[in-house]
Design a protein around this ligand. Structure first.
Ligand code: FMN
Ligand code: SF4
Length: 256
């Protein structure tokens, strides 16, 4: 299967083509709970984990940096790579998903000090393989970012393909890449180099492991109800409708 082929970009290497998409948990990314949650997804075999959106300014705190080092180490121990999604300023993000594409540059130009702050974060982010500068996650409940139940599988893969035709950097396709057939067809048709999977990995940390071991029928499938998004939008811990075994470990939502 193509999804299990390795990926190399200069000295960066991934053991397979599956990326865990960045998804806010409200666990506090340096908490034991977050480390447990991400480590579990690394154990589940994904090639790369993109840690949820985090403010670049937090890297000014040395304790935070040491905890991030611990988080990265824990993920690396299971052979997954680590990206961190950094946002640089709230106004950068606020309107981008609704903005007219031609106005984005005007709305969201980074200041020199924001760029300097990102460079500092990058230098401090011990153990993190790559920093992902984010420009559009405030409206994760917006279906232009997180497609609904009604949206087709692989919904954004044609956009990825269009971008891929115009650039020479690797492209990651995201959006209801629900099962192995969809992931394989995106790679087979050369629409993207890597496949990001979000909610299916909330619903089942072993989604990829089960595919690899041929236990597809045992996958705890995401039903795209978006309860997870609603839970974090209210400021609660991430909560998943179908991951009941894990939910019940705490009264306040998702535990491991
Ligand atoms: C609970 C939740 C939180 C999310 N948080 C982020 C985030 O922090 N940064 C981001 O870029 N996208 C975020 N997203 C969007 C996902 O990264 C992904 O693009 C989206 O869920 C579509 O992929 P999927 O259909 O595989 O879930 C979030 C999505 C969900 C469901
Ligand atoms: S809450 Fe619903 S949409 Fe979110 S991961 Fe669980 S099943 Fe999927």
């Amino acid at each position: 299967m193509k999804i299990f082929s390795n990926f190399k970009l200069r000295n960066f290497e991934m053991k397979n083509r599956i990326v865990m998409a960045p998804m806010c948990t409200n666990f506090g990314i340096t908490s034991e709970k977050a480390i447990d949650y991400y480590t579990k997804r690394a154990k589940g075999g994904v090639g790369l984990i993109i840690i949820e959106n985090t403010s670049a300014s937090l890297f000014e705190d040395d304790i935070f940096v040491s905890k991030i080092t611990q988080l990265s180490k824990s993920i690396h121990e299971h052979g997954s790579k680590v990206f961190m999604q950094l946002s640089v300023s709230p106004h950068t993000i606020a309107n981008i998903t609704r903005a007219d594409i031609n106005e984005i540059d005007l709305l969201n130009e980074l200041t020199t000090s924001e760029i300097e702050s990102c460079i500092k974060s990058l230098q401090k982010a011990a153990g993190v393989d790559i920093i992902h500068i984010s420009a559009g996650v405030a409206n994760t409940s917006d279906e232009s970012v997180t497609p609904s139940k009604e949206a087709p599988f692989g919904v954004f893969s044609d956009y990825a393909a269009t971008i891929k035709r115009h650039v020479s950097v690797p492209i990651i396709s995201v959006g209801k890449n629900h099962n192995v057939e969809i992931c394989e067809s995106i790679l087979h048709d050369n629409k993207a180099d890597l496949i990001a999977v979000g909610r299916p990995l909330i619903a089942d940390s072993n989604w990829l492991k089960k595919i690899k071991e041929g236990n597809i029928k045992d996958i705890n499938n995401c039903i795209y109800c978006n309860n997870c998004i609603r839970s974090i939008s209210k400021g609660n811990y991430l909560n998943c409708t179908v991951n009941t075994i894990e939910n019940r470990l705490t009264s306040s939502g998702y535990n491991r």
